[in-house]
Design a protein around this ligand. Structure first.
Ligand code: SF4
Length: 289
């Protein structure tokens, strides 16, 4: 029996980079002895966060949390892949923390665009979900009027001055088609300015690959947390293509009895599933079937 692991299973590039940064800092601390914090959980995966906690990495959920850290314990604080507002970085530095910025370079690119364009007087439109930490972070790099719109309706109803020049960007995980639809509305309303496509296709690539793999295997295993919406989506996509699709969180959930006829097993995983879990499942299936 052959086992095929999807190339883009699990962490995307930006999340992997942020998690690696934390482990690197743990290695450095052994030399320097300074405490390590992450600004918000580095990833929405309990196993990873618990493991980091065991290694002494603490989570700061807000600037208030950072202020509450006694001065002598203000060590390194790592910014996660979503990024943060410029003012948050500055405040952390003022409080005496060493800031290690693990903002995904694709998100950082948006910060740079927003800062530059707002400084030349353009109003910023972020197409995305207000309240999402990435969007809040992006907004915090703008020096001009900034609007967040999530739908065509909101774009139609947004109150703007006639002379406003716009720079339109998008949250990285926003659907590209919806982004285009929103952009079109501003065009129809006669607004000038620049549109920068800042959608990251990591999620789409993972889904397209899962669909293609599920269509050619006999059994498909999808690994991810039960609360992970992107894993649920992966499961639905795979189930459409392959009737024998299983959704598991970890190896412990895998109770497979495979028919003799099974020749090919495919594996994919949601965006917050760590590599070690994927490897465990992959090795188990290879060895036991
Ligand atoms: Fe991952 Fe893309 Fe977000 Fe970066 S921008 S963290 S690669 S999904």
């Amino acid at each position: 029996m052959e086992v095929i692991l999807a190339e883009h299973a699990g962490f995307c590039f930006g999340v992997q980079r942020a998690v690696d940064t934390v482990y690197e800092q743990i290695g450095n601390r052994e030399k320097e002895g300074r405490p390590i914090y992450t600004f918000g959980p580095i990833i929405h995966n309990e196993e990873v966060v618990d493991d980091l906690e065991k290694r002494g990495v603490r989570v700061l959920d807000s600037l208030a949390d950072a202020c509450a850290v006694p001065e002598g314990e203000r060590g390194t604080v790592i910014i996660r892949s979503h990024g943060v507002e410029k003012s948050v970085c500055e405040s952390l530095k003022e409080l005496g923390f060493d800031v290690v910025d693990a903002t995904c370079p694709f998100v950082k690119r948006i910060h740079n665009i927003v800062e530059k364009e707002s400084l030349v007087g353009k109003s910023i439109v972020i197409v995305g979900n207000a309240g999402h930490p990435e969007v809040e972070g992006i907004k915090g790099w703008s020096a001009a009027a900034t609007y967040i719109v999530e739908s065509v309706e909101e774009a139609k109803n947004l109150v703007l001055r006639p002379e406003e020049e716009l720079c339109i960007v998008s949250q990285t995980t926003f659907n590209y088609k919806k982004f285009q639809d929103v952009v079109e509305i501003f065009g129809e309303r006669g607004y000038n300015g620049s549109v920068v496509n800042t959608v990251c296709n990591a999620t789409e690539v993972r889904q397209a690959e899962a669909r293609e793999l599920a269509a050619r295997v006999d059994v498909m295993i999808v690994i991810g947390g039960t609360h992970s919406s992107n894993t649920k989506k992966l499961y639905e996509i795979c189930r459409q293509e392959c009737e024998m699709t299983y959704y598991i969180q970890t190896l412990d959930d895998l109770h497979l009895r495979l028919p003799e006829s099974v020749r090919l097993v495919g594996i994919t995983a949601g965006a917050s599933t760590p590599n070690n879990i994927i490897e465990e499942v992959q090795n188990y299936v290879r060895i036991n079937f």
